[in-house]
Design a binder for this molecule. Structure first.
Ligand SMILES: Nc1ncnc2c1ncn2[C@@H]1O[C@H](COP(=O)(O)OP(=O)(O)OP(=O)(O)O)[C@@H](O)[C@H]1O
Ligand SMILES: [Mg+2]
Length: 262
């Protein structure tokens, strides 16, 4: 049974339809990666799921109790220190100051941030540091649904791998569900249980790929091979604009959302 169910979602900005007939499910404990080219409507869909935007039409059932979001831009409060930004959600839950501080320090450590970084204001931090603060702010409230919009795009590869590990650990320990947006197919293969491909104008879901391999058994070789296999898939190629002449695009795009296991 899905904890989140979206049926027949449509969204328009003024007269422009940006999302069309979106049907999506997310089970408790599942990690879903939404991939698609720039401008196809991924962030719009995430904002709708977060309840920050009302869709033009949709039937949405959402049984998650606590949701935390990490947006595409870190959205830190410029007048608050990194520590105060991380603990915003805890303060809203009336967690005592000392406990907030302790939890912020613990999470900062796992995110590769120093005590000195925690005293800085957002403008004194690099883009990657700001992203980590935003991830810390989302993780610290231990949400059962985590909505992540390109959480790792501003980070170097070493830090990315460390944060992938941290996120998977969080998911395993908490049993949280995650909906993450990424442009990086290999990142999706590393982290997700299921990958959904979206295409633009208007934003639609055209393919769904279930990754059968358990996370414990995903070796680097498996990750490379699976990414290569997906890159050869027609729907992925169409989605990323890689499909060439021989494919019958119209036929593919008119076929509804199809699913397969990989
Ligand atoms: N507030 C808005 N008002 C009008 N149009 C918007 C608004 N926000 C987004 N759009 C348009 O809706 C479409 C989808 O935008 P969205 O930000 O959801 O795409 P995206 O898939 O997240 O792109 P990216 O990968 O570049 O972040 C784009 O054409 C964008 O220009
Ligand atoms: Mg976006």
């Amino acid at each position: 049974m899905s904890a989140l169910q979206i049926r027949n979602l449509q969204h328009k900005y003024a007269l422009t339809e940006v999302l069309s007939n979106i049907n999506l499910d997310l089970a408790a404990g599942e990690t879903l990666a939404l991939v698609g080219p720039s401008g196809c409507g991924k962030s719009t869909l995430l904002h709708i799921i977060a309840g920050l935007l009302t869709p033009s039409e949709a039937v949405i059932k959402n049984d998650f109790r606590g949701t935390a979001c990490m947006f595409q831009e870190p959205r830190l409060l410029p007048w608050k220190t990194a520590e105060d930004n991380i603990t915003l959600g805890l303060k809203a839950l009336h967690v005592p100051k000392q406990a907030c501080r302790q939890q912020a320090q613990n999470i900062a450590k796992t995110l590769g941030l120093t005590a000195d970084d925690l005293n800085k204001y957002p403008h004194e931090l690099s883009g990657g540091m700001q992203s980590r603060i935003a991830l810390g702010r989302a993780l610290i409230i231990k949400p059962d649904l985590l909505l992540l919009d390109e959480p790792f795009s501003a980070l170097d590869i070493g830090l990315k791998l460390e944060l992938y590990r941290l996120l998977r650990q969080h998911i395993t320990e908490r049993g949280s569900s995650v909906l993450m947006i990424t442009h990086d197919l290999m990142e999706a293969v590393r982290l997700a249980d299921r990958i959904v491909m979206m295409i633009p104008e208007p934003g639609r879901l055209i393919g769904e790929f279930t990754l059968q391999q358990s996370h414990a058994e995903r070796s680097e070789t498996w990750i490379y091979q699976t990414t290569a296999k997906l890159m050869a898939n027609d729907r992925i190629r169409i989605g990323f604009g890689l499909a060439e002449g021989s494919l019958n695009l119209t036929e593919h795009l008119h076929t509804q959302h199809s699913g397969c296991s990989i």
